[in-house]
Design a protein around this ligand. Sequence first.
Ligand code: ADP
Ligand code: MG
Length: 586
Amino acid sequence: MRPRRGLDSSSVWAQRVRQLEQRLRTKEERIVVLETENAVLHLKLAEYQGLAGRCTSEVLQLYAAHGQQMKFQRSSAVTQLHVAIKRLKQDLKSLHSFALELSKDFQRQSKTCLYQVLAAVQGIQLQNEAMQMFQIKAFDLEQSLQEVTERYEKEKQKRKALHNSLIELRGNIRVHCRIRPLLPFDDAAGHSQDRQRSFSEKVAYAADDETILVKCSRPGHASVNKTFQFERVYNDLESQDAIFADVAPLLTSLLDGYNVCIMAYGQTGSGKTYTMLGPQLEGNLAFTTEEESELGIIPRATQEVFRLLSEKPPGSYWVEVSVVEVYNNEIFDLLAKDSCGKVFGIKRDVVTTREGKSDVPLLTHETVENASEFLHLVNKGLHLRVTHPTLVHAHSSRSHLVVTLNITTVVFGDNFGILWEDEQTSQRINKEASFTFTQKMRDNISTSSSRASSPVQLEATEKMKQVKTRLQLVDLAGSECVGMSGVTGAALRETSFINRSLSALADVLGAIAEQRAHIPYRNSKLTHLLQDSVGGDAKLLVMLCISPGQKYLTESMQSLGFGTRARQVQRGQVKKKNFPVPSKGK
Ligand code: ADP
Ligand code: MG
């Protein structure tokens, strides 16, 4: 066996070598082919590498050119943009700082405003609270005011009634007597010294406040020792102030609705004009304190009337003045003016109206707003007053001077005491009127209510009433006897007219005293003119003026007789009327 196996394996090995050789050859052939192909490919690669290198340089060139161009373009735009950006940045920066400032400022301001608003709100709150308090207080005050007003009105009525009772108790006709001091002209010039001494000897004295004593014993004459009683007697030292103090209560009556008359009676030179007007009135009207203390009843009464009126609502009253003189039984209007506005006395007549009141048609009535306007008018009128020198006194007035104040008050409804209950209505009416309230009230009331243009006016006018009261202030002419004055002719006629009018006055007072049905007011122009302020409810004050010298004894006795007679009037009235006496507890 063994040799076979040896032969077989060598052939196999030979075959195997052959096969391997064959495969090697094939592989070598394949390597040659591949090397060839590789060479070709290397060639081609080299070729393409060359081409790529050329292309790359071209691309690089182009890229460089493009880059340069872009760089150029970009550099100019960028510069511009840069500048703009820079500017914008600056603007932005300043804007930013401005906005910052603004916002800070705004914050500051809004803070301040906030504080202010807060303070204002607090203030308003406080004010509101205060206002509410005030409203409550005002309401309370209004209520208490209303109550007080009501009580005041009641008290006013009571006061008025009591005052009137008091005045009536004192007498609706009262007589006061004033003795003037002895004056240089009381000496009887031209007579012997003894005669002079006895003439200027004092025979009339004020024994006390109510009694005057006349005591005189002359050789060849029956001696006189007589006393007279009056409501008040003033001695020669008593001032104008003291005289007026007793007159003033009558003016309260005047404003309560009663007519009042104050007259000075006495012989020439006894101090009538001094008592009624005072010595200064005919000068200028700007008084010194000293002059003011010398003012008489007329200026003082007017001041008092305006003072009392000023307590009433404005526009609810007006005052008209007339000044007349009664000379030789004729009435002269001393405020009448001619067409040139010059004042001169015009003769007027006195008549009795249907209502039985005395009236002087066409008499000049001037409206006055205050006492100095009034004095100015009286002063004007006085310049026209007829004077005539007699032996008694060089500037004696030979006429009766009658100064009249007509006071009209507007009152509501039937309640005489309540003036302008409705103050608001007064104000409303005031607003509506283009002319003064006083004028309108006068027009509306004195004509018909249809003239009142608005419903408010109409309603107010229907409720309103006018109340007229009159104050007559009279400086009578001298009451001396004809023989004594030593006058004749025209002056004698004057004196006789004066005496007649004064005795007519005495008759009127006598008739009132006896309560006669007919009072002879019309017997003289003087009494006719004074009719409404003498007698009835009117209050009359007669101021007897007495010269104290022996020289005037007869005249003084005559005047005292007149006063006593007038005083009896009052006594008679009081007794008959039996007025209630106000008790102290009331
Ligand atoms: P009648 O008006 O009565 O004629 P008057 O008033 O003119 O009198 O007075 C005459 C004079 O007496 C005047 O000069 C006046 O100044 C003066 N006289 C009057 N009464 C007084 C008095 N009481 N005090 C001072 N002088 C008076
Ligand atoms: Mg006189």
